[in-house]
Design a protein around this ligand. Structure first.
Ligand SMILES: C[S@@+](CC[C@H](N)C(=O)[O-])C[C@H]1O[C@@H](n2cnc3c(N)ncnc32)[C@H](O)[C@@H]1O
Length: 229
């Protein structure tokens, strides 16, 4: 069965935007990092550029990209029609510059100038499938195009793994989620999520063809990484 955000996070879709900032407190900090990285690769103001937002959900990242790069068009690919419906409402002001594609991000991608994703690709639990997604991204990007992924990565080394989850749980506390509740969330999300160690993510990008993948930003389990083709 396809992933459904309301089922996975146990929420109503209209609660998503507020709740995601409590569950992933690093969420807002990752956005400007992604936008600045896209600016390195896209033409000035994004003129004529085509950007894919994989698992774009309610459209927060797509809206931020459309605002920062007024000449760009953004395609949100997502399998959850409820999330896409919310994205349509949020992004209506951008008209035809944002497109809403109900499609899995495991499909091969159309040629593009940049690919972005925000806390979406951790839904791919099978690393061979994820490796295939990275190969598709490499194939779709024009030379000089960037892939920039904001997500969660956790070391497999037990002490470091425990430390990452502890920091993540602690970051939820100011948002009213105590440690016990945080660990209950981690256990529940583990059914559909996998946060590979960062080194494995970077290796998969090398295997996909990227010469020099990089971690651009990191805070506890949250990470922004990617590569330029
Ligand atoms: C946690 S939400 C993140 C949404 C948005 N990127 C954000 O920053 O708020 C994860 C999104 O990935 C989507 N998703 C999960 N599996 C997918 C797949 N195989 N193909 C496309 N989208 C998928 C979900 O429907 C959901 O909208």
């Amino acid at each position: 069965m396809a992933h459904s955000v309301s089922g996975h996070l146990k929420l109503q879709i209209d609660e998503y935007d507020e709740l995601i900032g409590k569950l992933v407190p690093a969420y807002p900090a990752m956005r400007p990092v992604q936008l600045d990285l896209l600016a390195l690769s896209l033409p000035k103001d994004g003129a004529g550029a085509r950007v894919l937002d994989l698992g774009g959900g309610t459209g927060a990242l797509a809206a931020a990209i459309a605002k920062r790069f007024p000449g760009a068009t953004v395609e949100i690919w997502d399998t959850d029609p409820e999330m896409l419906a919310t994205a349509r409402e949020r992004c209506a002001v951008f008209g035809e510059r944002i497109r809403y594609i109900e499609r899995t991000f495991t499909d091969s991608l159309l040629p593009c100038d940049a690919v972005a994703a925000c806390i979406a690709l951790h839904h791919v639990k099978d690393v061979s499938v994820k490796a295939g997604i990275y190969k598709n991204i490499f194939a779709a990007l024009k030379p000089g195009g960037i892939f920039v992924n904001a997500d969660t990565a956790v070391c497999a080394t037990p002490a470091l793994r425990d430390h990452a989850f502890k920091l993540w749980a602690a970051s939820m506390r100011p948002h009213g989620i105590d440690e016990q509740q945080a660990y209950a969330h981690f256990a529940s999300w583990a059914h559909e999520d996998y946060y590979p160690p960062l080194i494995n993510e970077l290796r998969m990008l090398v295997d996909a063809g990227f010469a020099e993948p990089e971690c651009f930003w990191r805070e506890a389990a949250a990470v922004v990484f990617g590569a330029v083709k």
